[in-house]
Design a protein around this ligand. Sequence first.
Ligand SMILES: [Zn+2]
Length: 99
Amino acid sequence: MQNDPTPIEIRQLQASGELEISWSDGFVSRFKDAALRRACRCTTCRQASARQDVIPCPQDIRIRSIVPIGSYAIQLCFDDGHDRGIFPWDYLRQLGRGA
Ligand SMILES: [Zn+2]
């Protein structure tokens, strides 16, 4: 029985605007900051995508800060002022697959 993988290191790659996560099982995920902004699942963004609205998201958007939420998620604050997105580990693993 293996525990669900958890991040052992989270790095912000400023030059390319990416977030890189090394997991406890050796897997490495890499995300564009802009892709994470679009993948935000906060209430506001979910309602917008349910209405098929386009979430305004500049390609050069950057993550401004990363806030740990307990031991199961991180909250990402973007430099467009959006800071409502909570990204649980299993969601990040899902997003990072095949990237
Ligand atoms: Zn959002």
